[in-house]
Design a protein around this ligand. Structure first.
Ligand SMILES: C[S@@+](CC[C@H](N)C(=O)[O-])C[C@H]1O[C@@H](n2cnc3c(N)ncnc32)[C@H](O)[C@@H]1O
Length: 325
């Protein structure tokens, strides 16, 4: 079953809201660094238009804070323009996994490997891939009344499938899709429609079943994405998509959005600059990120996105090779 226009616009709005949550700008005031930046080449802007998210298929059942559905057109372009078909797509910081789902479902790769550190999100991925039908049926059978929601959230988890359902429910109805400690459940929802504005049972069940039908091509690991990069670093024919939680340079948004948010970004950049395959990393546009990339001779580009308040902001893409508009 396809979604209504209202569902699309509600979810798309959440994508923009979530993305902008992690994107506050911070200026650093050091004169020397500023002078260096001013003499540095401008970062090319890949598009003058913000992606219309309604035109992008929403394939993940998760409403992920900092989710990259809006970046799908650039991910597709990145994969389409490669001079070879990658053997494997590697997504070490999976979250809602939209990049891997796109790479496999649009058939740019035969196989994707996803990794996630959060045990609840990981359990959900495992259950979706192991028994999508069971999870989809639970979604369809659930009457999303406030009482039932409270009961599921309060219930002690008894099985992995129960926990997976609970994670999905919590993700859909929490403010901004945030599942980290301290996140609250939304009360009014879109247009005062409450929980039902985020719990589209048929749509979610369909997404879960579709993911299940691709299970043979999606490998999921719970653990540290840095280890997955290390494991795949010598694969010439791997394509990496790197979307880490960003908490560098005093930016704390990532702390609020994700339970697991501590990444050694220097180490990540170092590791990526040594992989044999191609890659796309996505970050907030901040001086320290630009500096980490430039120091290693990596390629930079920017793409526009819309904030909650419809302001145009830019996301930084750091890649193994030059991207063109
Ligand atoms: C920015 S989000 C990814 C969003 C994803 N690209 C999407 O579109 O849904 C970063 C994710 O990395 C996870 N994470 C944090 N530290 C990690 C680590 N060391 N290894 C693997 N995953 C980690 C977080 O739990 C979070 O789900």
């Amino acid at each position: 079953m396809t979604r209504t226009g209202a569902e699309e616009s509600a979810e798309n709005q959440s994508v923009n809201v979530s993305s902008s949550n992690g994107n506050g700008r911070k200026q650093d005031g050091e004169v020397g660094q500023r002078a260096e930046r001013e003499s540095a080449p401008a970062i090319p802007v890949l598009s003058d238009k913000v992606v219309n998210v309604a035109s992008v298929p929403q394939r993940s059942p998760l409403r992920y804070p900092g989710g990259k559905t809006w970046l799908v057109p650039e991910i597709r372009k990145f994969l389409k323009r490669l001079d070879h078909r990658p053997e494997v797509f590697v997504e070490p910081f999976a979250g809602g996994g939209i990049a891997s789902l796109t790479a496999v479902m649009d058939d740019y790769v035969d196989r994707a490997v996803l990794c996630e550190k959060d045990p609840y999100v990981s359990n959900l991925w495992r259950c979706m891939l192991d028994d999508a039908e069971e999870l989809a049926r639970r979604v369809e059978c659930f009457a999303a009344t406030p009482e039932n929601v409270r009961a599921v959230i309060a219930d002690a988890e008894v099985s992995d499938m129960d926990a997976a359902f609970r994670t999905l429910l919590w993700n859909r109805i929490s403010r901004g899709g945030i599942m980290a400690k301290g996140a609250s459940i939304m009360k009014q929802g879109e247009n005062g429609r409450g929980i039902s504005s985020r719990w589209y049972a048929d749509t979610l069940a369909a997404r879960i079943r579709t993911i299940g039908s691709y299970a043979a091509r999606l490998d999921f690991f719970e653990g540290d994405g840095m280890s997955l990069i290390e494991l795949c670093k010598d694969r010439h024919s791997a394509a990496f998509f790197i979307d880490p939680p960003y908490t560098a340079a005093g930016k704390r948004a990532g702390k609020r959005l994700y339970t697991y948010n501590e990444i050694d970004h220097e180490a990540l950049f170092e590791r990526m600059s040594n992989v044999q395959g191609v890659f796309m990393m996505t970050y907030d546009e901040t001086p320290d990120v630009i500096e980490m990339a430039r120091r290693r001779g990596l390629h930079l580009a920017k793409v526009p996105m819309k904030s909650t308040h419809h302001a145009i902001m830019y996301e930084l893409l750091i890649t193994s090779h030059e991207l063109t508009p």
